[in-house]
Write a protein that binds this ligand. Structure first.
Ligand code: SAH
Ligand code: SF4
Ligand code: F3S
Length: 480
């Protein structure tokens, strides 16, 4: 595995130029290859994990579009298949290995099919070793730190037809200026920082995404202005812990400052962000969310556990009481704020009583929604070495109790929306029916309603006629 440290002495322009040369070479080669007979080549990209990975896949899709590839959702249709992987929990990894086995059979019938694997899983040496040994039909392996090199790596495979593996163990400078193919016209992801320094005891992300580094405000703001000029209305600012944005800057400038400046960009109607770590939430940030017209009153604030002993063992750096105090302050400033969270059940050593403290906290906060997970042991993290005597059966029992509690709370909350009017940014047609549109409230709740394509990208007021379990249904009563 090469651990290239050359990035820091290479200028950004050089990287972008080399990329462009590789893209042009691939485009020419594909266009003149008689096997392709003027056919458009297709790429099927399967993305696992969080929005970071989704956004990385958008960047890959943009590079591929320049090479002449168009997207397809079908493996059978594809000339190139890319798995952008996640390793935050074991089941995500198992699914990738299962799919690699499936593609092997497709490749036997279609030997020209190229298979590439990238993303967080590839930052783990034992996984890359397994691919090199047991999955020889994988043609291209790269990681999160050298995604921008994809065109060169693909070209290298096309030249040699030998498995190409290049992983950087450390992050280089932030690469600016890469294209990104936006999946949505109405909303777009924008990275504001990469990596994570928090080393929560259970979590693999700091090992796969490297140290925390913030993009310069001028780069972030320029990207958002460009998006606004292209008709984007909603921005999702992305980082593993957006609240520590700017900590390394020489001139003080924090996440609240960034929110205020994004709020001033004309054309951007809605600003969302994720994820916020409770330990770094400041009063200034809460006040900024409350005072900025376009910043949605919505906070995804992962709590992970309700017991102080477990929170300490998880290395989270806040107590249950401090967490509840943040929620209290947020609700004083913004009574309608939507609060969502992530929770882990069955952290090693969690007792039943400690689990009940989580259940109690969930009821006390009354979340608008919660992502709940059973603890998954990740090799290399500190929690992997903690003795874990709780049986899988007991963990599942606790998980079901938590899920039922969350669902009951959310159902009750949804009922309170009956006959209320909410403002929604219309995103697209509903996934379930072309006759319906969908959008979200500032709190992030999905609303479906009748309308036509002319509404997409606009803010509309919807009267809720039918609250469902996790979403709302209503009718347009006003357009902004
Ligand atoms: N940076 C974000 C979350 C990143 S991972 C944050 O700190 O909030 C998303 C969620 O996956 C985490 O919030 C956590 O709840 C869950 N998670 C992470 N590692 C896990 C593990 N080993 N087992 C189960 N869930 C895990
Ligand atoms: Fe993982 Fe914790 Fe970093 Fe979130 S803050 S990515 S849970 S280490
Ligand atoms: Fe998964 Fe990597 Fe995101 S491990 S959750 S894809 S940062």
């Amino acid at each position: 595995m090469s651990d290239r440290e050359t990035l820091n002495i290479e200028s950004m322009d050089d990287i972008l130029t080399r990329n462009e040369i590789a893209i042009n070479k691939i485009r020419d080669r594909l266009a003149t290859d008689p096997n392709n007979e003027g056919r458009q080549l297709r790429v099927c990209t399967q993305t696992y994990g969080c929005q970071m990975n989704e956004h990385d896949s958008e960047k890959l899709t943009a590079m591929l579009a320049e090479m002449g590839y168009i997207p397809t959702a079908q493996y059978d249709d594809a000339d190139l298949i890319i798995f952008n992987t996640c390793c935050v929990r074991e089941n995500a990894e198992l699914r990738v290995f299962g799919n690699l086995g499936h593609i092997k059979k497709i490749k036997e019938k279609k030997p020209d099919l190229i298979l590439a694997v990238c993303g967080c899983m590839m930052q783990q040496p034992h996984i890359v070793d397994a691919i090199k040994r047991q999955y020889r039909h994988v043609d291209l392996v790269f990681g999160t730190h050298n995604l921008h090199n994809f065109p060169e790596l693909l070209l290298s495979f096309m030249d040699t037809h030998k498995q190409v593996v290049e992983i950087w163990q450390s992050e280089g400078d932030i690469i600016e200026g890469l294209p990104a193919d936006r999946k949505f016209d109405v909303k777009a992801f924008v990275n504001i920082m990469y990596g994570c320094n928090n080393f929560c005891a259970y979590c693999i992300v700091p090992y796969t995404r490297g140290r925390e580094r913030s993009r310069k405000p001028e780069d972030v703001l320029a990207e958002i202005k460009m998006l606004a000029d292209n008709g984007v209305k909603e921005i999702m600012l992305l980082g593993q812990n957006v609240n520590s944005y700017g900590k390394t800057f020489e001139t003080p400038y924090d996440f609240a400052d960034l929110l205020r400046d994004v709020n001033a960009i004309s054309g951007i109607e809605r600003i969302r962000f994720m994820t916020s770590h409770p330990k770094d939430i400041s009063d200034k940030l809460l006040e900024t969310i409350a005072s900025c017209e376009h910043v949605c009153e919505s906070l995804h604030l992962p709590v992970q556990a309700g017991s102080n002993r477990v929170l300490t063992a998880m290395n989270r750096h806040y107590t249950r009481e401090q967490y509840l105090e943040i929620i209290r302050k947020a609700r004083v400033l913004m009574p309608n704020i939507g609060v969502t969270t992530d929770i882990i059940v069955g952290f090693p050593g969690e007792t039943y009583e400690e689990f009940l403290e989580t259940l109690d906290l969930v009821k006390t906060v009354g979340y608008d929604s919660a992502f709940t997970f059973i603890y998954s042991k990740r090799t290399g993290t500190p929690a992997a070495d903690i003795e874990d005597l709780t049986t899988d059966e007991e963990k599942h029992r606790r998980f079901d109790m938590l899920l039922n509690t969350v669902q009951d709370i959310v159902k009750e909350k949804m009922k309170t929306y009956a006959n209320q009017t909410v403002t929604v940014l219309v995103e697209n047609f509903s996934k379930h029916s072309e006759a319906l549109l969908m959008g979200r409230t500032p709190q992030g709740i999905t609303v479906t309603f009748e309308g036509d394509a002319s509404h997409i990208g606009k803010l509309v007021d919807i009267k809720i006629t039918k609250p469902k379990h996790f979403s709302l249904y209503g009718e347009i009563v006003a357009e902004h």
